[in-house]
Design a protein around this ligand. Structure first.
Ligand code: SF4
Length: 318
């Protein structure tokens, strides 16, 4: 099968070669742990059960995870191991399973979620799983099924068709909306059609999940949170992104405005984005966020620090 699972449409056989994302079909991840620094309704008090996948279908020059997204650092996992990791994170108290940069591994993730969610729930091994990974299923059967929300944490450069296939598996979408401008998305992420694809993907996510739902402890159970990272020297772009959200999505759309930009990777020496954002820049975009009456989260400006970048040490337990 030729790979067309994301908007890059590489149309190559990932069993034999790698596409733009730099990954074959086998899932590769760099770490799984309880993440305490996501939005409060995602991390809660016990943490979000996060799996950082390696490779990426964007190549952002400022990526803080470039060791894994660009260089591909990580360890190959079978579908069975992935299902086990999900269940282990749940057993350790995770509020949810948080799939970071999952786009290029959607088929394997779907299969792993099927094992983790369905086998124990029905008390038998489903026929399709017997053929694909029967040894894995028998082990997973000893455990309670996955019974916490699944978060799809993406750069939003996703295909609508693939999102359809996740409708009954994913509970919360956590997409970025990085840019409106084609020039910027080409310059910084190598994707001139980013907004066209990402906006269509986000509309599909809203079609699936609608208004957010929370449990009695304030943890999100279903919904969409759009993240936007404010880039230095580009507050005008942030204002356009906020205006688009306000004009195109309902008022119960949740937005997470992020101030944590730290120049990483190729951005360190960049003439425009080789610095952190200023207080004046952030005040300007927060003011628009408030004026538009958007729902969601505004990160404190002091959050910009490389200390918040996880250590991708290929550990898969907590
Ligand atoms: S998932 Fe990877 S190989 Fe497939 S189309 Fe996207 S970038 Fe290309």
């Amino acid at each position: 099968m030729l790979c067309d699972i994301c908007p890059r449409q590489c149309n190559i056989d990932r069993a034999k070669t790698k596409g733009f994302c730099g990954m074959s079909k086998t899932p590769v991840a760099a770490r799984a742990f309880l993440h305490m620094w996501e939005e409060p309704c995602i991390s809660g008090t016990r943490g979000s059960g996060t799996v950082f996948f390696s490779g990426c279908n964007l190549k952002c020059i400022y990526c803080q995870n470039y060791e894994i997204s660009h260089k591909g650092r990580g360890r190959e996992l079978t579908v069975r191991e992935l299902a086990d990791i999900f269940l282990t994170l749940r057993d350790r108290g995770a509020h949810n399973i948080n799939l970071v940069t999952p786009t290029h591994f959607v088929p394997a993730i779907r299969e792993a979620l099927s094992i983790a969610k369905d086998t124990a729930a029905v008390g038998t091994v489903l026929p399709a799983m017997k053929t694909s990974d029967s040894a894995a299923c028998s082990e997973v059967l000893d455990r309670r099924p996955l019974d916490i929300p699944v978060v799809y944490n993406t750069n939003a450069y996703d295909s609508v068709l693939q999102l359809h296939s996740l409708e009954n598996m994913v509970d919360i979408y956590l997409p970025d909306l990085k840019y409106i401008s084609s020039d910027l998305s080409k310059q910084y992420s190598g994707a001139p059609d980013y907004f066209e694809k990402a906006s269509a993907a986000i509309m599909e996510m809203y079609r699936q999940k609608g208004a957010p739902e929370f449990d009695s402890g304030g943890m999100m159970q279903k919904g969409v949170i759009i993240r936007h990272l404010v880039l230095p020297g580009h507050t005008a772009e942030t204002l356009k992104v906020l205006d688009w959200i306000s004009a195109n999505l309902s008022k119960d759309a949740y937005v997470s405005l992020m101030s944590q930009y730290t120049p990483c990777h190729l951005a360190r020496e960049h003439s425009r984005i080789g610095r952190r954002i200023t207080r004046h820049e952030y005040d300007r975009v927060v003011s628009r966020f408030m004026k538009l009456g958007l729902n969601g989260f505004v990160q404190e400006r002091g959050s910009a620090s490389e200390e918040f970048i996880p250590d991708f040490d290929e550990t898969f337990l907590i």
